[in-house]
Design a protein around this ligand. Structure first.
Ligand SMILES: [Zn+2]
Ligand SMILES: [Zn+2]
Length: 78
């Protein structure tokens, strides 16, 4: 019986599973959160999305898309 390996460290034995995605994770990768033991990506993901920085990026992306359309549409209509 081979031990389960950490999803992030193929050379390490996994000690627990992520509460959110179910990935096997080692003691170095486990992040204790309110939701339980999470893997690194699950612990960081929601926090990053909730932060203002990513919303800012989407705002700039939307503004860029609008500017591109304003530039593109008159050329397509003509
Ligand atoms: Zn996870
Ligand atoms: Zn690990």
């Amino acid at each position: 019986m081979s031990p389960i390996r950490c999803a992030y460290h193929p050379d390490r034995d996994a000690l627990q599973y992520c509460n959110r995605c179910g990935k096997a994770i080692c003691s170095a990768c486990v992040v204790r959160a309110a939701a339980g033991n999470l893997c690194r990506s699950c612990a960081e993901g929601p926090r990053r999305l909730a932060g203002g920085r990513s919303a800012h990026v989407w705002l700039w992306a939307a503004a860029g898309a609008v500017l591109l359309l304003l530039w593109l549409v008159p050329r397509l209509v003509r």
